[in-house]
Write a protein that binds this ligand. Structure first.
Ligand code: URA
Length: 301
């Protein structure tokens, strides 16, 4: 790379987006957007080229005119995201943002991955770009457990299809762990654990098997659940939790049960009135842990 910001020649030059992400400015992808938008300068010269490199020890790098902090404090949070909040940092439609809920957090944190506007539950936030990138990397995909309330009843066949993988427009989903948590006359609550992180994956999986999602909540991200948090509340992760999450192997289980709120497990009672429904329930009960054997789950990764 040429350019005036490389004038020190032999230093350790790195791509700008990597430097910005490590300094906690944003994720690497968001840093690319900052660069392209002309908000990043090296030695007072605005750089809009994505391949540009600089030497963080030699060059003066600024974002919106502010020099990159050295050793900015790294923070890691878990938020119980309520429905009706965006996980983006801005919303052209002016809808509430998850960062609005972080009163008292002075660092500029951003979400690790996304949850839909109407999805609730575990959301991690940080200002540590490297940590966020490590967690988001496909090789590091960890288990994420969702509780899903769907309209009506769920057949054993629908559970089986969700568990073995359904065809979506971006390919077949990997095997998932699917459990029937509870059902009423009008709704069924499922627990679905996936390790992929595709766009609106759980909603699309349900749609693909003709299930209409009424409510969606992420109750666990790797071992991390919502214990001790009410909706809209956050807490700082302990250093041990942050370290463990970064290295969390796929399939790591929650330390404590994570069922919370309206999807608390209840004694399952056969649904009496209609004998056919009763049989349907029995069939479902058999497929309650329609998990694939651990071996075949591993194979799919
Ligand atoms: N799957 C979805 O459909 N939505 C989310 O927010 C998360 C997973």
């Amino acid at each position: 790379m040429g350019g005036p910001f490389c004038r020190f020649g032999g230093g350790m030059k790195e791509r700008l987006q990597k430097i910005l992400s490590r300094a906690g400015v944003s994720s690497r992808r968001a840093a690319e957007e900052l660069i392209v938008a002309g908000r990043v300068a090296v030695n007072d010269i605005v750089v809009t080229e994505l391949g540009a490199k600089a030497d963080p020890d030699q060059d003066t790098i600024t974002v919106d005119g502010k020099q990159l902090g050295i050793d900015a404090a790294r923070v890691y949070l878990v938020l119980y995201k309520p429905a009706g909040y965006m996980t983006t940092l801005k919303d052209p439609q002016g809808r509430p943002l998850v960062t609005d809920l972080l009163t008292g957090v002075r660092e500029r944190v951003y979400p690790v991955g996304r949850l839909d506007y109407n999805t609730e539950g575990v959301l991690l936030l940080t200002n540590d770009g490297e940590w966020a990138n490590a967690l988001a990397h496909p090789r590091h995909e960890v288990d994420k457990e969702y509780h899903v309330r769907v309209r009506g009843q769920v057949s054993p066949e629908q559970v089986r299809r969700l568990a073995t993988g359904v065809d979506l427009d971006d390919g077949k989903t990997a095997p998932a762990l699917v459990r029937l948590v509870r059902e009423s006359d009008s709704n069924t609550w499922l627990s679905i654990t996936i390790h992929e992180g595709r766009y609106r994956q759980v909603r699309r999986m349900c749609e693909a098997v003709s299930l209409s999602v009424v409510r969606l909540k992420r109750v666990r991200y790797s071992f991390l659940g919502l214990e001790g948090l009410k909706t809209g509340e956050y807490r700082y992760l302990t250093p041990e939790e942050a370290t463990r999450l970064r290295g969390a192997p796929r399939g790591e289980k929650a330390v404590r049960p994570t069922a919370t709120g309206p999807v608390k497990k209840r004694e399952q009672k056969p649904v009496g009135k209609n004998p056919e429904r009763k049989n349907a329930f029995t069939a479902k009960k058999k497929s309650k842990d329609a998990a694939l054997p651990e071996k075949s789950r591993r194979r799919s990764h």
